[in-house]
Design a protein around this ligand. Structure first.
Ligand code: UDP
Length: 236
């Protein structure tokens, strides 16, 4: 597949057209941002870790019956994915309190929930991605009722699969963010990435953070944490 013009550059990825209108190529960068773009930096090797880990997890999910945008890994940093229109919702699943949940509700981090939670935010940089519920999403016509139901059940199923998978690697899956897209024929598929940028991972024995919180909170050992997650997932 031929890589053509750049369509888009985001905070962590670039997207290129290909000679086939149904496919695009994503290219993962080492750039890192946090706090709504206020904190900027670089995490050396992140692009490669996120690309390869995300692809591995998408293949795992496909095997378990979840439709994803994944098509083919081209290199360390580049992957062919199905061209989709992104549903403008960030879907967050939580198993354990952390981050903005802990802050919003005034609770400590590390409380294990009896049942996972789901929340949505409206993907809109100008509005700083405000939190909304599924009725708001419907009112704003961000997705149809059926699409929202599909997204909810896919997100919880993905959580079951990933939680179990990471437990086997001695990693607790605390919370994570998913994005979904519509293919040309209207199918909802998992899109974007699943990586230490978009998930909170805590070591099962020590609760050491192995994700982007090391960058957000200036904890040090950022590259090492990404590499450790890569090692546990891909064995290298
Ligand atoms: N997250 C993300 N992108 C965002 C916001 C959150 O990937 O724009 C991920 C984040 O890495 C974490 C989960 O979603 O795994 C929940 O994040 P939270 O709402 O606690 O926000 P944060 O504390 O990161 O601001």
């Amino acid at each position: 597949m031929k890589k053509c013009e750049q369509l888009y550059e985001g905070k962590a990825k670039k997207v290129f057209a290909t000679d086939d209108p149904d496919y695009v190529i994503v290219s993962y960068k080492d750039d890192a941002t946090a706090f709504d773009g206020l904190k900027k930096g670089e995490i050396s090797g992140k692009g490669s870790v996120n690309n390869r880990m995300s692809n591995y997890l998408m293949r795992l999910l496909e095997k378990a019956g979840i439709a994803t945008h994944y098509v083919e890994e081209l290199s360390d940093r580049e992957t062919v994915v199905k061209k989709v229109s992104i549903v403008p919702l960030e879907v967050i699943i939580r198993n354990v309190s952390a981050g903005s949940f802990a802050k919003r509700y005034g609770v400590e981090e590390g409380i294990v929930f009896d049942e996972p939670t789901i929340e949505f935010s409206y993907k809109n940089d100008d509005l700083h991605d405000p939190l909304l519920n599924s009725y708001h999403a419907l009112a704003l016509k961000l997705a149809t009722k059926e699409e929202i139901e599909t997204i909810k059940s896919m997100a919880f199923r993905i959580n079951q699969i990933l939680k179990e998978y990471f437990a086997g690697l001695k990693v607790k899956l605390i919370d994570f963010k998913l994005e979904f897209g519509r293919t040309r024929d209207g199918q909802i598929v998992l899109a974007d990435e699943i990586s230490p940028d978009t998930c909170r991972f805590w070591d099962a024995d020590t609760n050491e953070k192995l994700d982007k919180d090391r960058f957000r909170r200036d904890l040090g050992g950022v590259e090492e944490a990404y590499r450790e997650m890569m090692k546990r997932v891909l064995g290298e």
